[in-house]
Design a protein around this ligand. Structure first.
Ligand code: ADP
Ligand code: MG
Length: 238
């Protein structure tokens, strides 16, 4: 389970409204990509979904329940950031397991989940290493693994590949696509990269200055952009 409904979500920072009424439905198991120029509100929207920011108005509904007042840890969401935010003093294994341990999950269950996640992400050889002993791509896989072990209803990715070099970006993108197929989980993925959007998405949401310009499948947006903005964003390479 992992459906999401966003109803007329607005968010202002002081006098500046950065989300101007967002409406969106995501069905269970869908891979939805948010694209749009820098500053258009992609990260803010993810943070509102995760509960890391309160919206100014509107509702966030997960699996039919309004979670607008639910704290982040209780929303069944795991978020992966551009910077990996790993604890430098902990091993890969303990970085992945820390959240579960803090939530009181039994050690055997933590080990079972780390075993599955590290196998999916080819992290088994690195479990006893510390982040400083890993490459950027490996660190990002650990951050993804830390999300996987929580078995969230909803994965949120905020430009997870933008700190990686080109070759690693392709590999990690393929791993995320594979993870989606295996877990059949709902994933929402922010990028400003057209190739990532076109290859990963079931559905693309094009944002511009706090509003949705168009929602549709990759080929639908490519072939029938609603306006010049969408055409410029999806149709032509940078
Ligand atoms: P994106 O992820 O699409 O690049 P963001 O959601 O990060 O855009 O930011 C959207 C706008 O909101 C930007 O103009 C940004 O400066 C502003 N903003 C984001 N977070 C804050 C904050 N905590 N306080 C004030 N302004 C913010
Ligand atoms: Mg952002």
């Amino acid at each position: 389970m992992g459906s999401l409904v966003i109803e007329n979500v607005k968010k202002a920072f002081g006098p500046v409204e950065v989300l101007k009424g967002i409406n969106l439905e995501v069905t269970d198991g869908e891979f939805v990509v948010f694209v749009g120029p820098s500053g258009c509100g992609k990260s803010t929207l993810l943070r509102v979904i995760a509960g890391l920011e309160d919206s100014t108005s509107g509702r966030v509904v997960i699996d039919g329940a309004d979670v607008s007042a639910t704290p982040p840890a209780k929303r069944g969401i795991a978020m992966v950031f551009q910077t990996y935010a790993l604890y430098p003093h902990l091993t890969v294994k303990n970085n992945m397991g820390l959240g579960l341990k803090q939530a009181g999950t039994p050690a055997a269950e933590i080990d079972r989940r780390i075993g599955i996640a590290s196998s999916m992400l080819s992290l088994e050889p690195y479990l006893e290493r510390r982040p400083a002993e890993l490459s950027g791509g490996q660190r990002q896989r650990v951050a993804i693994g830390r999300a996987v072990v929580r078995e969230p209803k909803l994965f949120l990715f905020d430009e997870p590949l933008s700190n990686l070099d080109a070759a690693l970006r392709v590999n990690t993108r393929l791993e995320i696509a594979q993870l989606h197929r295996r877990l059949k989980a709902t994933m929402i993925y922010v990028t400003h990269d057209q190739v990532e959007a076109m290859t990963l998405a079931d559905k693309i949401v094009v944002l511009n200055a706090g509003r949705i310009e168009q929602i549709g499948g990759p080929m639908e947006l490519y072939n029938s952009p609603a306006n010049e903005f969408v055409a410029g964003f999806i149709g032509s390479p940078k």
